[in-house]
Design a protein around this ligand. Structure first.
Ligand SMILES: [Fe+2]
Length: 325
């Protein structure tokens, strides 16, 4: 390559470049690196990191050089980096590449530094935004469950236990982290729509008449309507909407069948039934767990998804889950 062109390229390159020999003596630096460290390119020859950087950083750099020379492999690290005026600290990503001669022997280290200060500041800002968003999202879920708890303590306790069981089933079935998160939130608020149902119907001792039951059935649609407008809740709203759908189409609100029902809603449906049957209600005492498991077993493939039922039965059989309280 033309020597003049080579020098021009080095001079104009915004990436900081240096080359050191095997003893970590600087041989060459480009203008961008020179501007940072305050040493002219023509004055760099023979200098070491100890002449340029604080002692602890120089030692650190020396160790990485030794690593690259010994292994013959490139290495990339992120590190704090001080500009020569000592006022400004930057964060750089340094890639050190072993330079080999024709015999394949390492004769020095080529370094390239990318300033990633702004990029890392943006990432930190983004992480904080995500954290704040998650916290405000969680407090929204907590507020919803708290409102329900005040209105109907049975519903609230039921949702907590349903959530624990539904998540245990989802994990055993190999659901993704996102699915488990959605199932967890949907379970925590799945009966939210019951705030539209009069208390005297919800807590009525004895069986509901048809009209009253039709009223109760509207809660999944009410829950869906409340949640669907919140962007983060749109997937969760769909699970809430379907949690009373059944495999044979006998459920509500739409009478959807098998594949029309999401796996998340199928899991919630089974957890909901098992927990509800084993809990005390104003209109009936709690059923033993065995009876609840018998109910889902008998209706596997009819009302409830077969795989979900199988997983649930195994969870209890192998004592991987217990409904406490
Ligand atoms: Fe429900």
């Amino acid at each position: 390559m033309d020597k003049k062109l080579y020098e021009l390229l080095l001079k104009n390159l915004s990436v900081r470049i240096f080359y050191k020999d095997k003893k970590s003596n600087y041989i060459l630096i480009n203008q961008a690196y020179s501007n940072d460290i305050g040493v002219k390119p023509e004055d760099i020859k023979g200098k070491t990191d100890f002449d340029i950087h604080p002692r602890y950083l120089a030692k650190f750099y020396r160790n990485i050089d030794a690593d690259v020379i010994k292994s013959g492999k490139p290495k990339t690290i992120q590190q704090p980096y001080f500009l020569h005026d000592k006022q400004k600290q930057r964060l750089v990503e340094v890639t050190k590449i072993p330079v080999k001669n024709d015999k394949g022997e390492v004769i020095g280290v080529l370094g390239m530094l990318h300033d990633v200060t702004e990029k890392m500041q943006l990432i930190k800002k983004l992480q904080k935004t995500v954290k704040d968003y998650q916290e405000s999202f969680q407090s929204l879920v907590d507020t919803i469950t708290h409102i329900m708890e005040i209105r109907d303590p049975y519903t609230s306790g039921h949702q907590q236990k349903t959530e624990q069981l539904a998540c245990a089933i989802a994990k055993k079935m190999g659901c993704s982290a996102k699915q488990i998160e959605n199932i967890s939130i949907a379970s925590s608020v799945h009966d939210l729509g019951k705030i539209f149902i009069p208390m005297d119907i919800l807590n009525k001792p004895g069986a509901l008449n048809e009209m009253e039951f039709d009223f109760v059935k509207t809660h999944s649609t009410h829950g869906y309507n409340l949640l669907k407008g919140i962007k983060k809740f749109s997937d969760i709203a769909k699970i809430v909407y379907q949690h009373h759908e059944r495999e044979d189409g006998s459920g509500y609100p739409e009478g959807k069948k098998c594949k029309q029902i999401s796996l998340e809603a199928k899991i919630l449906a089974v957890a909901d039934v098992v927990e509800a049957m084993t809990a005390h209600r104003p209109y009936r005492p709690a059923h033993p767990l065995e009876k609840a498991l018998e109910e889902i077993k008998r209706n596997a493939g009819i009302l409830y998804d077969q795989k979900v039922v199988k997983t649930t039965l195994n969870l209890f059989k192998n004592k991987h889950f217990a409904l406490n309280g």
